[in-house]
Design a protein around this ligand. Structure first.
Ligand code: FEO
Ligand code: CA
Ligand code: CA
Length: 728
C-alpha cells in the first residue's frame, strides 16, 4: 500500500536559501564543493549580529529534571517493552464497545457493521486526557477520572472484514463493509477512571462516551464558511459537511476542547480526470493539483460503492466522487474536498455538540495543532505542520487577546479566538533566524494576479493556504509532523520525519534541512537515500506569540548509532538511537520532559518503532556545523546549526518503550498528576498480506490479544510499579 504522505505535490521552486546572502553562499557551495572555511566564518559573523549576541551560553533549562529509568534495548519482538519498574496495560482496543448493549468485539470480521458507531475506531493516533472535576466539567488538575479523546487516523483493511475488502472490477460491492470503514475513522471520547487498586479502565456506559466519524455532521466556521467553493449537494449554502477523516495528531485549547487535525484527507476522494478536467476552471485544476486531490484514490474506493439500501445511503458513498455531474455545484460533490483539510474543534464535555471546522487555521495536510504559551492579555497561537514531502510549517495567531474568563467558554470561545486571526508560514534562513510570512490577501505576493493561482479574497487564501505559502516564499521542509511547545522555555519543536532523494536531492539541502546520505540496510530491505531517518527543528520566537521573527536550530537528527559523524550528527548511542521522529509532546505535569515517538520504515531491520523520553535544552545550546553530504561520487557541504548533543549541558535522551511488530507509536497523554501516561500503538501487523488472512501463522503480529488473534490498534496505559510520576 502506498503511503500517501510519502508523495509530495509541491512543484514550486521555492528556494530555501531565500536571501541574497543565502543565494550567494549556495552558489559558492555549488562551485567550490566546500566552503567550510570561508563560508563558515562568514555565516558565523552574520549569526552574531542577527541572533542578538551569539556567544552567551544559555543556562541549562534542564537542570533538576532527571530521567529516572534505565533505557530499553531495541527490539523486534511482537510485544510492548517498557523499562523495569513500569507496567503497560491494554486499555482500549479497536472494536471495544463504548455503549451499553454493544457486544464484545469478536475480531474476526463478522461484528455487525451497524454497531461500529459505538466501538473504538482503528489506527489510534493523537490524543488528550481531560481531567473531569467533581462538577462533571473540565479540571486540568484532576487525576483519577478523565475523558480520553483520541483520533482514529485510518484502517488496516485486511483485518476488518471476514477476508479483507470485497472489490469487484475496481468497485466496492458490499456496502456494509464501507459503512464499517466510515465508522472506524474519526475520534473517540471515552471516560477513563483509576480504580481503588490503581488500575485504569474505561467506562463502557459513560454518558460522555462518543464517536465522531465520517458521517457526523459538522459546521464550517471562520472565513471559508458559506463560500461558493464549499457548496455541495449536502450543504447548498456551504456551511456544513459530513465527518472527518485521517485525523492524525491533535491539539488543545485553553477552554478544554479538543482539536482533531485532517491529514491525508485528499487520498479518500477520486475524480475521473479526463472528463472532469474539461468541466473545471483552470484555477480549480491548479488547486486540485497542488493538494493532490484525485485522480488517485488511496483509501478504499468508497466513492465506487454499489448496492446501497436506499438513495440516502447511496449519497454517503457518492460524496467521495468529485466528478462534476450536474449543472450546479449543489447537485453533486465537485466541491466536497474543500470541506476537508481543516482543524476540527470538538467539545468532549458536550456529547451532542456539533464539531466545528476552524477554517481560519488554513487548509492543508494538517498533522497537529499545538497550542503555544497562554498568557492573559496576549494573543493565542497554534503551531502546525503540513505533512507531505516539501511542505511547510504554519502558525495561527488570534486577533483577540486571551481572557482567562473564557476558560469555561466551550465552542463559543473557539468562535472568538479561532475564527478571527492571522495565518503565517515559516521561512528559515541560513543565518539561524527565520521569518513568519503572513498569508493575507495583498501581502507577500498573495494577490489576484499571482501567476500560479489568483486569490479572490481571504477565504480563498485560507482554502488554498499551500498556494498562498508558495507565493510568499516559505521554506520547504522534510515532511513536517508534530509540533510541540516546551512549557519551560516556550521553544517550539517540529518533527521532520524523513524525506528521500527524489523529493529533495543532494543539491536541494538547506541549513534547516541539511542532511543527505545513504542509509544501509539489513539484508531484507533496500538502502534508502536522502534523509531517511529525519530530524527535529526547533525555534524560539523573538517577540512572543504574535512576533514575526524567530531563531532556530536543529534539536536532534535521527540516525543509527553506528553511522558516521555526518549522519549521526547528534551522537546518538545504542540507548537512544531512533529513526523517523513523528509524535512529540511535552508533559504538563513534569515541565521540561518531552516524549518522542517514531513512525519508521528505515531502521526497521533492527528495531520496531519506539518512544523515547527527553529533557531537551534550548535553542542555541549547540553551535554551527558543516555537514559533508554524499550521493554516489558527489560530495557537497552544508552549513547548519545543531543543538547540544544528548548528554551535553544536562540534556537527556533515553529509549522508554518499543512497540510490537509492524506498528507505529503515536499519540500520548497523561493524567493530571503525571502518574499515568496513555500511549497509542497504531497498526500492529499492518504488513500482513491480504492473501494470508486465512492463515493466522502468517500474520505479522497478534498483539495485543496474542495466540492466533488478529492484531488491533490499541491504547495502553503505563504506570510506575511504585505509583510515582512516569519518566522522571
Ligand atoms: Fe499521520 Fe503524519 O502521520
Ligand atoms: Ca503522525
Ligand atoms: Ca508519520
Amino acid at each position: 500500500m502506498i503511503d500517501p504522505d510519502d508523495i509530495g505535490y509541491n512543484t514550486t521552486d521555492n528556494p530555501s536559501f531565500s536571501t541574497m546572502v543565502d543565494a550567494r553562499l549556495s552558489r559558492r557551495n555549488l562551485l567550490r564543493g566546500s566552503f567550510a572555511t570561508a563560508g563558515g566564518a562568514m555565516l558565523g559573523s552574520i549569526s552574531l549580529a542577527a541572533c542578538g549576541g551569539g556567544d552567551d551560553d544559555p543556562a541549562p533549562p534542564a537542570a533538576g529534571l532527571k530521567l529516572g529509568f534505565n533505557p530499553v534495548a531495541k527490539s523486534l519482538a511482537d510485544a510492548v517493552v517498557v523499562p523495569a519498574g513500569y507496567t503497560a496495560s491494554v486499555l482500549y482496543r479497536l472494536g471495544d464497545p463504548i455503549a451499553t448493549g454493544v457486544a464484545a468485539y469478536k475480531n474476526d470480521g463478522t461484528d455487525d457493521p451497524a454497531t461500529y458507531d459505538r466501538r473504538a475506531g482503528d489506527h489510534h493516533d493523537g490524543m488528550t486526557w481531560f481531567g473531569v472535576g467533581a462538577n462533571g466539567r473540565w479540571d486540568a488538575k484532576a487525576s483519577g477520572r478523565g475523558l480520553l479523546v483520541m483520533n482514529h487516523e485510518s484502517l488496516t483493511p485486511v483485518f476488518l472484514h471476514p477476508a479483507g475488502r470485497t472489490v469487484v472490477k475496481g468497485q466496492r460491492t458490499v456496502p456494509s463493509e464501507v459503512v464499517r470503514e466510515f465508522y472506524l475513522h474519526g475520534v473517540s471520547v471515552i471516560e477513563t477512571t483509576k480504580g481503588s487498586d490503581g488500575k485504569w479502565s474505561y467506562k463502557q456506559d459513560s454518558a460522555f462516551n462518543r464517536r465522531v466519524h465520517t458521517l457526523t455532521p459538522m459546521e464550517l466556521s471562520g472565513p471559508a464558511r458559506g463560500v461558493d467553493a464549499a457548496k455541495t449537494r449536502y450543504s447548498a449554502n456551504g456551511t456544513r459537511t459530513r465527518g472527518t477523516v485521517n485525523n492524525c495528531a491533535n491539539g488543545t485549547t485553553p477552554w478544554g476542547t479538543y482539536l482533531a487535525c485532517e491529514e491525508n484527507w485528499y487520498g479518500y476522494f477520486y475524480r475521473t480526470s479526463a472528463s472532469d478536467d474539461a468541466r473545471r476552471s483552470a484555477r480549480e485544476l491548479a488547486a486540485i493539483k497542488r493538494y493532490g486531490v484525485g485522480p488517485q484514490e488511496f483509501y478504499g474506493l468508497w466513492g465506487t460503492t454499489q448496492g446501497a439500501a436506499d438513495a440516502e445511503q447511496q449519497d454517503t458513498f457518492d460524496r467521495w466522487n468529485l466528478d462534476v455531474k450536474g449543472e450546479a455545484a449543489t447537485a453533486d460533490y465537485r466541491n466536497v474536498h474543500n470541506t476537508y483539510g481543516w482543524v476540527v474543534e470538538i467539545d468532549p464535555f458536550t456529547p451532542d455538540s456539533t464539531p466545528r471546522k476552524r477554517t481560519a487555521l488554513g487548509r492543508f495536510g494538517h498533522e497537529g495543532a499545538c497550542l503555544g504559551r497562554v498568557e492573559a492579555g496576549k494573543p493565542l497561537v497554534w503551531y502546525m505542520g503540513d505533512d507531505a514531502r516539501n511542505e511547510y510549517i504554519y502558525k495561527y495567531v488570534s486577533n483577540k487577546n486571551w481572557d482567562p474568563q473564557d476558560a469555561t467558554g466551550g465552542l463559543a470561545a473557539g468562535d472568538k479566538y479561532m475564527d478571527d486571526g492571522r495565518l503565517y508560514v515559516a521561512r528559515f534562513k541560513a543565518d539561524g533566524t527565520g521569518e513568519w510570512l503572513e498569508l493575507a490577501l495583498g501581502k507577500n505576493g498573495i494577490t489576484s494576479s499571482n501567476a500560479a493561482y489568483g486569490f479572490a479574497d481571504q477565504a480563498d487564501v485560507v482554502l488554498h493556504a499551500r498556494l498562498a505559502a508558495d507565493a510568499a516564499g516559505a521554506t520547504k521542509m522534510d515532511r513536517p509532523e508534530w509540533t510541540a511547545v516546551n512549557p519551560k522555555t516556550g521553544d517550539v519543536y517540529v518533527t521532520l520525519t524523513n524525506t528521500n532523494a527524489s523529493s529533495r536531492p543532494i543539491d536541494k539541502t538547506d541549513a534547516a534541512n541539511p542532511r543527505f546520505y545513504n542509509d544501509p540496510k539489513g539484508s531484507a530491505q533496500t538502502a534508502q537515500t536522502g534523509n531517511p531517518n529525519g530530524h527535529i527543528v526547533r525555534f524560539a520566537e523573538n517577540a512572543g506569540n504574535a512576533g514575526t521573527t524567530f531563531t532556530w536550530d536543529v534539536y536532534l537528527f535521527g540516525a543509527r548509532s553506528t553511522a558516521g559523524a555526518d549522519v549521526n550528527v547528534s551522537g546518538l548511542t545504542a540507548d537512544n538511537d531512533f529513526s523517523s521522529p513523528d509524535g512529540l509532546w511535552f508533559s504538563q505535569a513534569s515541565a521540561g520532559l518531552a516524549w518522542l515517538q517514531t513512525d519508521d520504515g528505515a531502521y526497521t531491520d533492527v528495531t520496531n518503532c519506539m518512544m523515547l523520553a527527553a529533557v531537551p535544552g534550548k535553542v542555541g545550546d549547540g553551535g554551527r556545523k558543516t555537514l559533508i553530504n554524499k550521493s554516489g561520487d558527489t560530495t557537497r557541504t552544508q552549513e547548519t546549526i545543531v543543538g547540544a548533543k544528548p548528554g551535553e549541558k544536562d540534556t537527556q535522551l533515553k529509549r522508554f518503550l518499543i512497540g510490537p511488530k509492524g506498528c507505529e507509536i503515536t499519540g500520548i497523554a497523561e493524567s493530571g498528576d503525571g502518574r499515568a501516561i496513555f500511549v497509542n500503538i497504531q497498526h500492529p501487523g499492518e504488513d500482513t498480506k491480504d492473501a494470508d488472512i486465512g492463515d493466522p501463522s502468517k500474520f505479522q503480529s497478534h498483539w495485543p490479544d496474542g495466540g492466533s488473534a488478529r492484531p488491533r490498534s490499541a491504547t495502553i496505559v503505563i504506570t510506575r510499579t511504585d505509583g510515582g510520576v512516569v519518566g522522571v
